[in-house]
Design a protein around this ligand. Structure first.
Ligand SMILES: C[S@@+](CC[C@H](N)C(=O)[O-])C[C@H]1O[C@@H](n2cnc3c(N)ncnc32)[C@H](O)[C@@H]1O
Ligand code: SF4
Length: 438
């Protein structure tokens, strides 16, 4: 049974020094760029970027399209994403700027010859704006970009925005995947600690309703190591998700950001601090989800067989992403970039006809090798042959760092594959850091 094994693995983790609490700046999809650029600068290697866009694109690398919708109806106590409170006049300005950004890219040779296999509306909370506004953005993307007929199209949403007419219109317009921020089904935790409106049972109802409406690919994300959360509470959350038969599920350890409301609540004693049980919680999740028939797609993402999340795979493969809106990062050709973070700055740059890029850089061949290695390790396994066909033999290039990671029991290496161990999954930030500095 899950429980006995988890306890023993949990004990094993007690003497580990781990880096969950370090603010790592390593994010494989945009390595070596820092994913969050707070102070815009003149993007590096910008001439290369413009030259790239002017050229047509001959590559067969898979591509995704990301659109950041930076609005929320209310702000949760813990959230670290770029988002602002929804204001309808701002939404209108944002949509008009987004259309201009879409046009800027659509007129380049590189994007004209690109095909997108996955579209992802992230936030913020895309579902907090009207379905007319959201579907207008989607149809404008379809008019201006080549999006494959069977593309995966995901909308990220808050369950509190559910209404069947609104979500029905998503379905009619070809949206085939939903991703809900659930966090936990525990009503007290949701409302008193996290600042979420709906009760746990109401969230569960929404998941049943979207399944009934016809969505057959519903993802949720949960958070663990919440203040005061016990192992039993976490087990209940996982069991509820499994019982609801969600097609895919991500789970993240809560990170407390110093500037968040939740950090203040903990400091003042209003809510307890986090426990030291996150390793046990992580291992419990892996075990329960595997037992329930889910396949592990990456360190923190499980899917039912045949429901693999293409967009996330493209990000980690590594493929290319055209990222639009304020704050996201993307990669085209050998250029990684992050857009300006604030909505005001985004609107200002677009109004001057500029790409709203805060920072960017051209990656070297060595950067790309490391980026690919990190992405594939996050997806648990590197196939030596495949990697060698696209890049170089990873066993040669990374021999020193792999020996060290193997000695620490973070990876298992043989002639055919490099596999992340469970310890490696728990200490993924250490693994990524080691590859980045190799
Ligand atoms: C953009 S939100 C999901 C959609 C929607 N805005 C919502 O919250 O329902 C992205 C997810 O990132 C995770 N997240 C946000 N802040 C986090 C933090 N401080 N620590 C860990 N995960 C966090 C949460 O699981 C959250 O659901
Ligand atoms: S967690 Fe989601 S709903 Fe809450 S503030 Fe962040 S983006 Fe908005």
């Amino acid at each position: 049974m899950a429980s006995s094994r988890v306890v023993s693995l949990g004990n094993l983790m007690n003497f580990e020094t781990h880096s969950w609490d370090q603010k790592t700046k390593i994010f494989p999809p945009c390595y070596p760029l820092n994913p969050i650029v707070t102070t815009p600068r003149i993007p590096r290697d910008f001439d290369y970027f413009i030259e790239l866009l002017n050229n047509s694109n001959e590559s067969d690398v898979k591509k995704g399209l990301y659109i950041h919708v930076p609005f929320c109806n209310s702000i949760c106590t813990f959230c670290c994403f770029y988002r602002v409170l929804k204001d309808q006049s701002l939404v209108k300005k944002y949509i008009s700027a987004l259309r201009s950004e879409i046009k800027l890219y659509a007129e380049t040779n590189y994007i004209k010859s690109s095909i997108f296999d996955a579209v992802y509306f992230g936030g913020g909370t895309p579902t907090c704006i009207s379905s007319e506004d959201l579907m207008e953005i989607l149809s404008y993307c379809k008019e201006n970009f080549k999006i494959s007929n069977n593309a995966e199209i995901t909308i990220e949403g808050n369950p509190s925005d559910f209404d069947d007419k609104k979500f029905g219109s998503f379905l009619e317009n070809g949206v085939n995947r939903l991703s809900f921020g659930v966090q936990t089904f525990d009503t007290l935790m949701r409302q008193k600690v996290l600042g979420r409106r709906l009760a746990g049972e109401e969230v569960a109802r929404v998941i049943r309703d979207v399944h009934e409406l016809g969505f057959n690919n519903v993802d949720i994300d949960l958070m663990y190591d919440l203040p005061g959360q016990t192992i039993e509470d976490w087990r209940k959350d996982l069991q509820t998700a499994i019982d609801l038969e969600v097609e895919s599920l991500s789970f993240y350890r809560l990170r407390i950001y110093q500037t968040s409301k939740l950090a203040e609540m903990i400091k003042s004693g209003e809510v307890p601090p986090q426990s030291n049980k996150h390793a046990e919680m992580y291992l419990l999740a892996i075990e329960m989800l595997r037992d329930a028939g889910y396949k592990q797609q990456s360190v923190d993402h499980f899917v039912l067989p045949s429901k693999e999340h293409l967009y996330s795979r493209i990000r980690l493969m590594p493929g290319e992403t055209l990222a639009l809106g304020p704050s996201p990062n993307g990669i085209l050709g050998h250029y990684v970039y992050a857009n300006v973070r604030s909505l005001e700055e985004y609107l200002a740059m677009i109004s001057k006809g500029k790409f709203p890029i805060a920072d960017g850089m051209r990656t070297s061949a060595a950067d790309e090798l490391r980026r690919a290695m990190m992405g594939q390790l996050k997806m648990l396994r590197v196939d030596v042959n495949e990697f060698q066909q696209r890049f170089k033999n990873p066993l040669d290039v990374f021999s020193t760092v792999l020996s060290e990671l193997e000695r620490r029991n973070l990876v298992l290496v043989n002639d055919r594959e490099i596999k992340l161990t469970e310890r490696g999954m728990l200490l993924i930030d250490d693994v990524l850091m080691a590859i980045a500095s190799s």
